[in-house]
Write a protein that binds this ligand. Structure first.
Ligand code: PMP
Length: 362
């Protein structure tokens, strides 16, 4: 597709071209039904098959068994910030949080609003340049769970270990690194992600969690906010975001066809290395925000010597079909998001552009 740009935005982000083309080809007549996937009843068996296949493929990619379930919810990852404490920080128990970035802090604040939040560790005092280590995490008494944000989209940091929590359930916001690499996902009790980076269109949040944990929701909270209801009704308590689920399903099938998470991890590490090598070999022209041991494979954040050069970088990048490289206002500088669907050529073109820009402006 000659006119497609390389989109380095943090999300919504690039999606696999094969998936987009398949959806386009099927859009008017889904599976020979004579109607579009967005017209079909969410109670139709054809839609049920789409939803169940998407669930099965996600569990297969994550190598999880049938003690886990997959839910497709709305309200974005941000709704999960509230649902997690509403469902689990109950009966005098306290939601524990590692504050490693803006979204981690937003999650904590929802629990705090309810009077049930505890900060178990934070890297705020060092501008969120690193992920708190295991030693830094101090769980409170009566911990309901430990919540971590596994990849910090704005700061460009990512966990490179799975926190040990003993019997305390581990909950992770994986909005920006879901299905980007294999992990021992069985160590997590609940994982959630807004779809719009690695999984599909905005409008659906994927929740992967232990079935017995999902069943625990208190009956005293509003129905739509109870995990148990969504689990009992197979994500169709109300009208689910059918098109988004269909797209997530196609993306999961695409990931399987690529060779699964091991292959994605290898590619993602290669892509990230291309950009980090440019930073590290730039004699300080490009300054990475994240400490090296906390660097993200998904979002590479860096600054240039001056704000004028940063503006110029964004403009010239665009002329090379490299879009969305401007960083978040809270960090400044650049952020290049290189999720699963960003092709190697896009990153090669970016690295090449960065080298040339440095030579011309250093
Ligand atoms: N968590 C993380 C790590 C994110 O990157 C984002 C969005 N960029 C969110 C949560 C919020 O997601 P949503 O917009 O789907 O509510």
């Amino acid at each position: 597709e000659a006119n497609r740009v390389y989109n380095f935005n943090p999300g919504p982000a690039m999606q696999p071209l094969e998936v987009l083309k398949e959806a386009q080809a099927e859009f008017l007549n889904f599976g020979g039904s004579g109607e579009s996937i967005i017209e079909i009843s969410h109670r139709a068996k054809e839609f049920d098959a789409v939803l169940n296949q998407a669930k099965a493929d996600i569990l297969e990619l994550m190598k999880l068994g049938d003690d886990y379930d997959v839910l497709f919810l709305q309200g974005g990852a941000s709704m999960q910030f509230a649902m997690v404490p509403l469902n689990y920080a109950v009966d005098g128990k306290v939601g524990n949080y590692v504050v490693s970035g803006s979204f981690a802090e937003k999650a904590y604040k929802e629990a705090d609003l309810l009077g049930v939040g505890h900060i178990a560790a934070s890297s705020k005092d060092v501008d969120f340049r690193h992920i708190p280590t295991q030693d830094e995490i101090k769980l409170s008494d009566n911990a309901a769970y430990l919540h971590v944000c596994y990849n910090n989209t704005i700061y460009g940091t990512e966990y490179h270990y799975i926190p040990e929590t003993g019997n305390v359930p581990l909950i992770a916001d994986m909005s920006s690194d879901m299905l980007s690499r294999p992990l021992d996902f069985s160590k997590f009790t609940l994982i959630y992600a807004g779809a719009q980076k690695n999984l599909g269109p905005a409008g659906v949040t994927v929740v992967v969690a232990k079935k017995d944990f999902l069943a625990k929701s208190p009956k005293t909270i509003p129905t739509m906010l109870r995990y148990s209801i969504h689990a009992e009704k197979n994500s169709a308590y109300n009208t689910p975001p059918a098109f988004c689920i269909y797209m997530v399903g196609k993306t999961a099938a695409w990931l399987k066809a690529q060779g699964g998470l091991e292959v994605m991890a290898e590619r993602n590490a290669k892509k990230a290395k291309l950009v980090y090598d440019v930073l590290d070999n730039s004699d300080g022209f490009y300054k990475g925000h994240a400490d090296k041991d906390s660097r993200s494979f998904m979002n590479v954040t860096f600054r240039l010597p001056t704000e004028d050069l940063e503006k110029k970088f964004v403009e010239e990048a665009k002329a090379h079909q490299l879009c969305g490289v401007k960083g978040h206002r809270s960090v400044g500088g650049m952020r290049t998001s290189i999720y699963n669907a960003m092709p190697m050529e896009g990153v090669e073109r970016l690295a090449d552009f960065m080298e040339k820009f440095k030579k011309a402006n250093a």
